[in-house]
Design a protein around this ligand. Structure first.
Ligand SMILES: Cc1ncc(COP(=O)(O)O)c(C=O)c1O
Length: 385
């Protein structure tokens, strides 16, 4: 039996996604910039995808830029907004639990002379709104926070965050890493009132290497890549057409009966947490079932057993999960997120992340928890000896 429970790392591309990509490779292979029919038909299809994505995000199609994924979308927004606003100030704000594609960039910007405030989080994975308010000054040109954390699933209250920032400095630009939230939470970027938001197709059954950035109309942003003027001159380079076609299908599928799908994932998450609690002793679940957490991520520490050992033990039973401490920072194998949450070292060392999709089933969860129990018991016995 193969049980894939690592959907926050990546998801299996849907059949419809693969078919759309194959169509672009075999039939609709024209360059969208070409003036002839072969190009125009592709350009039209890209326009359809842009429109669909804009509808899903709640924005205008002119506000959508295709990128090579979440990492590029974050880089383009953050560096692009900083560069466009650097005459207004040199202070930037982010949080300590951001994805590496954000944190590494802020470290680079720091080296280039910008002042960066890294906001702490509490034990549950939330930034302090008071601290945020204190941190915003007239020099703050950009704040970047993630909507859903990829390791524990905490959801930052974006609307409140925006209100606080704008209340202190209406010129401050706000970027949201929406990679783990797109399709999992219902929102519209217009309603959130943010300046930019990044998404990545492979997190919602689309292909890898394609994503997008929402950038609010009339917000000035410098491109990272210049050349042929594609994507409103904000991201040059011939479009990744197979990727865009695949992304289109993934967006369509994600938003088809979206509520039903989200509800299914939430129920699976509750079932998983309940089953873990019923079957295992000495565990610590860092993810709650409440609405403050994303529906698809469960982070659990299995005291006494290092996460990598559990990961490979589960793999031998055909079960795929992540080590909760996957995104190491300074120390190898040490999660900067769990560390920022102030978790004990033995909890961090033994944390695993199980992440769900609407294609998972209760039977798969039963099988996975049974396997965790089996390995946990035997590994703990060996360790105690
Ligand atoms: C929160 C978050 N941001 C950004 C990324 C990067 O996205 P991509 O893999 O498309 O570059 C990821 C992927 O792991 C993520 O989880």
């Amino acid at each position: 039996m193969e049980v894939y429970l690592d959907n926050a790392a990546t998801t299996k591309p849907a059949d419809e996604v693969v078919d759309a990509m194959v169509k672009s490779l075999k039939v609709m292979y024209g360059n969208p910039s070409s003036l002839h029919r072969k190009g125009v038909e592709v350009e039209k299809e890209i326009k359809k995808v842009r429109k669909l994505l804009a509808k899903a995000l709640g924005c205008n199609e002119k506000e959508v830029i295709f990128t090579s994924g979440g990492t590029e979308a974050n880089n383009l927004a953050i560096r692009g907004l900083v560069k466009a606003n650097s005459r207004k100030g040199n202070h930037l704000i982010t949080s300590k639990i951001e994805h590496k594609s954000v944190l590494s960039l802020f470290q680079q910007l720091e080296e280039e002379g910008y002042k960066v405030t890294y906001l702490d989080v509490d034990a549950k994975g939330f930034i302090s709104l008071e601290k945020l308010e204190e941190s915003v000054t007239k020099d703050t040109i950009l704040v970047s926070v993630m909507q859903v954390n990829n390791e524990v699933g905490s959801i930052q209250p974006i609307k409140e965050i925006v209100k606080i920032i704008k209340g202190k400095n209406s010129d401050t630009r706000i970027h949201i890493d929406g990679v783990q939230s797109f399709g999992k939470l219902k929102y519209s970027v217009k309603d959130l009132e943010v300046d930019s938001l990044s998404i990545s197709a492979h997190k919602f059954h689309g292909p890898k290497g394609i994503g997008a950035l929402y950038i609010k109309n009339n917000v000035r942003m410098m491109p990272l890549m210049v050349g042929g003027g594609q994507e409103s001159e904000l991201r040059a380079g011939t479009e990744n057409v197979p990727g865009i076609f695949g992304l289109g299908e993934a967006v369509r599928l994600s938003f088809e009966e979206q509520e039903k799908k989200i509800d299914k994932i939430r129920k699976l998450k509750k079932y998983l947490i309940d089953t873990l609690k019923e079957n295992l002793e000495d565990i610590h679940i860092s993810t709650e079932e409440s609405e403050q957490y994303a529906p698809h991520i469960v982070n659990v520490s299995l005291k006494g057993v290092r996460s990598e050992i559990m990961l490979h033990s589960l793999e031998s039973d055909g079960i795929y999960i992540s080590s909760g401490s996957a995104c190491s920072s300074k120390k190898r194998g040490y999660s900067h997120v769990l560390e920022a949450m102030g978790m004990k070292e033995n909890h961090i060392d033994s944390a695993i992340r199980i992440s769900l999709s609407y294609i998972n089933t209760v039977e798969e969860i039963d099988y996975a928890v049974g396997s965790i129990k089996k390995h946990l018991n035997s590994l703990r016995k060996i360790i105690r000896r």
